[in-house]
Design a binder for this molecule. Structure first.
Ligand code: HEC
Length: 253
């Protein structure tokens, strides 16, 4: 049998300096991943007002809270006593039908005049409800992430994170003794789930039923890259200590 070359090309046999380089990268990237997780918990995690990430958080973040506007919420909340039930109902209906300027001019303006502007035009800091624009602002439904920010976050996410997965996978590809199917799957999953993740934001933006896909995507690539991270560090620093010499070109394996 012809002797294969590069029999040192595997994680346990690598020289100290390249192991240091790989380790430094894995530690920094792992720390980065923890920070990313923390940021997700703090921004999206609190979107539904409760701690911890849930499907509702993802729906609020991307799809928005479309059956409510600030105006409607207040009319059912702290502004409830400011108008009769009939007037409130009329205001809510107008809001839900898109807060049109025609409705404002013909009728709604007078309801605001009669019930709201004695405070909302004189008290500093409160929106001035003699102005249609101010009413329109609070009558807007929350539509979640807008397209331009979603586009921006999507491409930053895809470019940035695929870089990290590329290096994590490259290092892991030098591991020994992992069944080939497992190795190939572990390397492929993060990229596949990264794409699923980003696509799921867009799907959720248009239909809240897809929010669970975001969780599946995030969980999938975290699990696969976590596995590669642990195996790589173990094979670089723990395996060489048991004295066994691995004569294997891992990139040929
Ligand atoms: C007696 C004074 C008073 C009247 C009358 C009043 N408001 Fe208010 N409104 C306030 C105060 C004070 C706040 C701020 C505290 C709060 O949000 O509860 C507020 C806040 C609001 C907000 C939230 C504004 C924001 O920037 O988030 C909306 C919406 C609102 N009011 C709608 C109405 C509507 C509609 C009416 C008439 C049906 C009305 N208010 C009548 C005093 C008033």
């Amino acid at each position: 049998m012809k002797e294969s070359s590069c029999t040192w090309l595997n994680l346990p046999s690598l020289g100290l300096s390249i192991r240091m380089l790989f380790t430094g990268f894995l530690l920094a990237a792992g720390f980065g991943l923890l920070m990313a997780g923390g940021q997700i918990l703090l921004t999206h995690g609190m979107a539904d007002g409760k701690m911890g990430l849930s499907v509702d958080d993802i729906v609020y973040s991307y799809y928005g809270n479309r059956n409510n506007s600030r105006l409607e919420a207040k009319l059912n909340g702290s502004m409830k006593d400011m108008a009769s039930p009939e007037v409130r109902l009329e205001l809510i209906k107008w809001t839900r039908n898109g807060a049109s300027v025609e409705g404002w001019d013909s009728h709604i303006k007078s309801l605001f005049q009669a019930n709201c502007v004695q405070c909302h035009s004189v008290v500093p800091g409160l929106p001035d409800f003699t102005q249609f624009e101010a009413v329109q602002e609070v009558a807007k439904v929350d539509e979640g992430a807008d397209i331009s920010s979603l586009t921006r976050v999507s491409h930053i996410h895809l470019f940035g994170i695929s870089f990290i997965f590329f290096f994590v996978g490259l290092i892991f590809s030098l591991s020994v003794g992992i069944p080939k199917w497992l190795k190939v799957t572990a390397i492929l999953i993060p990229f596949a789930f990264l794409i699923v993740d980003v696509i799921s934001w867009w799907l959720t933006k248009f239909s809240p039923g897809f929010a669970w896909l975001t969780i599946v995507g995030g969980f999938g690539y975290t699990a696969a890259s976590g596995f590669m991270w642990v195996v790589s560090l173990y094979q670089m620093w723990v395996l060489p200590r048991n004295g066994k010499v691995y004569q294997l070109n891992a990139w040929r394996d």
